[in-house]
Design a protein around this ligand. Structure first.
Ligand SMILES: O=C(O)CCC(=O)N[C@@H](CCC(=O)O)C(=O)O
Ligand SMILES: [Zn+2]
Length: 336
């Protein structure tokens, strides 16, 4: 296998490769761009016009998605997977990956869409670099742009695999992309309804990609991901990469559950208290009238929405950040 196929090993060791560019026997060019960043380019005659950004390890302890990208890269470097798409592989937070932590000082996935400019430190610099790498990658005209930012969650979930679809004023969510996600094993999609500071929102909003955060299961250390079944996603990604994806029909979404955001629960102060059991699962339902959280000056978050569910509850986030998302079921009537 070509040495550049070992991007994860290089990243874990904090090493630069001796050769920055390598060619597979099929003429696929692999180019190391920066720590945890590698571009794959098919020979021009095989290029099908898709630019695919695959990122993982934006949170360093979410290892199943990192292992998945590592397998895809190995296959490409060995010549077993023959890309027709241009691909950018990104391991988001190398230092956090080395330490097995979600982040070191700041959550990188709260530093996009300009947020990194309002702060300092190595993770702000990394967010800036990830924006630059993505912007350069998605700068070629007349190409299809697709970004999957792969994650696993802190807690268990009533719905194991789901996607979050960013929002942009005047842009409709694509039914075709949702059908593709369904085929890739996603059981639900949260349709966002306002701007956000996560990586997928940056590439959706600023770079015109079809972008998604994908949640694939529960976060575990390297080598302990048997419980995270990414078979359907892995198969679909290989088909997308090789240009052999079965045609997606835009008719039924085949049971894909759709949700919209009712409210983001923001932690405003150190007095913030979340009234949920520590082991509550994502997508747990909350009854109308339930006092979900309390914060400074007797402010209370009370459930008003029928059918409300909670995802990503986390009272330990920094003040000013999202400590959970309240979601409600929605329909497919506004899809393009
Ligand atoms: O389990 C959790 O609480 C967080 C899992 C995770 O990292 N999710 C992403 C979602 C990004 C998005 O909103 O699109 C995150 O919180 O950064
Ligand atoms: Zn994550």
């Amino acid at each position: 296998m070509l040495a550049l196929g070992k991007l994860l090993e290089l990243t874990l060791a904090g090493r630069e490769p001796a050769e920055k560019t390598q060619l597979t026997v099929e003429g696929v060019r692999m180019r190391w761009l920066s720590e945890g960043a590698l571009e794959v380019r098919p020979p021009e005659a095989r290029d099908n016009g898709l630019d695919l950004l695959l990122s993982a390890g934006i949170h360093g302890n979410e290892t199943a998605p990192i292992e998945l990208l590592d397998r895809l890269l190995h296959d490409i470097a060995r010549g077993d997977l023959k890309p027709r798409a241009r691909i950018l592989f990104l391991f988001g937070n190398p230092e956090a990956i080395r330490r097995g932590e979600r982040f070191i000082e700041q959550d990188v996935n709260r530093l996009f869409n300009g947020r990194h400019e309002q702060t300092s430190g190595s993770e702000a610099l990394r967010a800036c670099e990830l924006e630059r790498l993505a912007a350069t990658f998605f700068s070629l005209p007349d190409r299809n742009r697709l970004h999957y930012d792969l994650h696993t969650a802190i807690r268990g979930s009533k719905i194991e695999q789901f996607a979050l679809y960013p929002w942009k004023e005047g842009r409709q969510h694509s039914r075709l992309e949702l059908a593709r996600l369904r085929a890739a094993g996603m059981e639900a999609v949260l349709l966002q309804n306002k701007p956000s500071i996560v990586f997928s929102s940056y590439t959706y909003d600023k770079l015109d990609a079809e972008s998604f955060t994908l949640e694939l299961g529960k976060a575990r250390p390297f080598g302990q991901n048997d419980g995270v079944n990414v078979d359907l996603l892995e198969t679909r990604l290989k088909q997308i990469i090789e240009g052999t994806e079965p045609p997606i029909t835009d008719e039924g979404l085949d049971g894909l559950q759709l949700f919209s955001v009712a409210r983001e629960v923001i932690k405003h102060s150190d007095s913030f208290r979340l009234n949920l059991p520590a082991d509550i699962e994502n997508f747990s339902e909350l009854k109308v009238g339930y006092v979900l959280a309390e914060d400074i000056a007797n402010t209370r978050w009370i459930i008003e929405e029928k059918g409300a569910r909670i995802i990503f509850p986390n009272p330990r986030v920094k003040n000013g950040l999202r400590a959970g998302i309240l979601i409600v079921p929605t329909t497919d009537e506004n899809l393009a």
